[in-house]
Design a protein around this ligand. Structure first.
Ligand SMILES: *Cc1c(COP(=O)(O)O)cnc(C)c1O
Length: 356
C-alpha cells in the first residue's frame, strides 16, 4: 500500500492517565498497560479506521470466531529509551513481516506495513513517557490480530481487529531455570502452525509445562514430534547450546519459530569470532556432552527475556547439571545485543530504528 493512500490515524487522548499509579523502579513484566492502544478494523474486505484510543475493554458477540476457532496471532517487541531520551525499536520490520506470515497461516488477512509502522509510531509518541529507562526495562509491545466476525460456522471470519497494546516492563526474570526434555507432548508438528505466533500454540504448551513444573522443573525443552530425538525450542524461546566452544542452535523449520533474537545472536556470535553451528542436534548428543563435560551452556533466546540461562536439564529420570562458568557466552552475547538495543554501542548491523 502506498503512503499516500494511507488513511490518517485518528487520535483520541485519554483524560485519565494512569501513569502516576506506576512505580517505575519496581516494574513486573507485562502486567500493566500504558494509557493508549492502536486499533484498526478489517471490514468489507479491507483494513480501515486506524486510531489511537485510550486503553479500554473490547466488547464482542459470544459467537465471535476468536472464541471458537482460535483465529489469533500476535507479536512481541520492545521500545527502549536511551540516556538522551531517544525512542528506539529493534528490527521492527521483522515483527511486521512475521505477523503477516503468522496471519497467512491462520487465514487472517495481512496487515499493511505502513499501517503497522505508522500505528506503532503514533502510539509510541503518545505513550513515550511510559517507556521505562531503568537498566533492563523497556516498553513491551504486543501487536495482535483476532477474528471478531460472528457465527458458529467453522469458517474464517470476515471481520478482524488489529491492536497494538503496550506494557511498561522490568527485566523479564532473573535466575537460571531447570528444564525438562519433553518425551511425550509436542508444541508443533510438520505441516502445522509451529512457525506462526498463533495463540493456540501457547495454550497447547501450558499443560505439558505444568506437568514439568510438578516434577520440579520450570520449563520444557521441545523435541521434534516424530521421534522426540531432536532438540527444537526452550518453552516459548529458541534454544542455544554450547558444546566446547561451539554454539549450536536448531535450524528453523515449519515446527520452529523464526526468532529475531535467535538470528541476531547468531550474527553477533559470528562477529565475536564464536564458532556457530546451525544444525539439528539430538538429545543423545546433548546427554553425551553433559556426561563427558563438554556441555558448557544452554540458554533460551527471545524478545522478552533476551537470553535466559539454563542451569540443567532432566531427561528420562536423570538430571544433568551444567557447570557454573565465570565467563559465559550467554552473558557476553546478552551484553552485545542489549548494548545495541539501548543505544550504548555502535549498531554495525543497522538493527536500531529511532522513532521520531
Ligand atoms: C516469540 C517466540 C520466540 C522468540 O522470538 P523473538 O523474535 O526472538 O522474540 C521463540 N519461540 C517461540 C515459540 C516464540 O513464540
Amino acid at each position: 500500500m502506498k503512503a499516500e493512500t494511507y488513511p490518517k490515524i485518528k487520535i483520541e487522548k485519554t483524560t485519565n492517565s494512569k501513569i502516576n499509579e506506576l512505580d517505575f523502579n519496581n516494574l513486573p513484566f507485562g502486567k500493566y498497560n500504558s494509557d493508549h492502544m492502536f486499533v484498526s478494523d478489517y471490514k468489507d474486505g479491507k483494513w480501515q479506521n486506524p486510531r489511537v484510543i485510550p486503553f479500554q475493554n473490547i466488547s464482542l458477540d459470544p459467537s465471535a470466531k476468536i472464541f471458537h476457532y482460535g483465529q489469533s496471532v500476535f507479536e512481541g517487541m520492545k521500545a527502549y529509551k536511551d540516556e538522551n531520551g531517544k525512542i528506539l525499536l529493534f528490527r521492527p520490520l521483522e515483527n511486521q513481516k512475521r505477523i503477516n506470515i503468522s496471519s497467512k497461516r491462520l487465514a487472517i488477512p495481512e496487515f499493511p506495513e505502513t499501517f503497522f509502522m505508522e500505528g506503532l509510531k503514533a502510539l509510541l509518541k503518545l505513550d513515550s513517557d511510559w517507556i521505562p529507562t531503568k537498566d533492563g526495562s523497556s516498553l513491551y509491545i504486543r501487536p495482535f490480530v483476532f477474528a471478531t466476525g460472528n457465527g458458529f460456522h467453522a469458517s474464517p471470519s470476515n471481520e478482524y481487529k488489529f491492536i497494538i497494546a503496550c506494557s511498561p516492563s522490568g527485566a523479564y526474570f532473573g535466575g537460571k531455570v531447570k528444564v525438562l526434555i519433553e518425551q511425550k507432548y509436542s508444541r508443533s508438528a510438520n505441516g502445522g502452525v509451529g512457525y506462526a505466533k498463533a495463540g493456540g500454540n501457547y495454550a497447547g504448551q501450558f499443560y505439558p509445562t505444568n506437568l514439568a513444573i510438578e516434577k520440579g522443573y520450570q520449563q520444557v525443552i521441545w523435541t521434534d514430534d516424530t521421534t522426540h530425538e531432536y532438540i527444537e525450542e526452550a518453552g516459548a524461546m529458541n534454544i542455544f547450546m554450547r558444546i566446547g566452544d561451539t554454539l549450536i542452535t536448531a535450524p528453523t523449520s515449519e515446527r520452529i519459530l523464526d526468532g529475531i533474537t535467535r538470528k541476531s545472536i547468531i550474527e553477533i556470535a559470528k562477529d565475536e569470532g564464536i564458532n556457530v553451528e546451525v544444525r539439528r542436534i539430538t538429545v543423545s548428543e546433548l546427554v553425551e556432552a553433559a556426561e563427558n563435560g563438554t556441555l558448557k551452556e544452554m540458554f533460551g533466546a527471545g524478545t522478552a527475556a533476551v537470553i535466559s540461562p539454563i542451569a540443567g536439564f532432566g531427561f528420562k529420570d536423570t538430571d544433568y547439571d551444567l557447570p557454573e562458568l565465570e565467563e559465559t557466552f550467554a552473558a557476553r552475547l546478552k551484553k552485545r545485543i542489549t548494548d545495541i538495543q539501548y543505544n550504548r554501542a555502535e549498531d554495525k548491523f543497522g538493527w536500531r530504528m529511532e522513532v521520531k
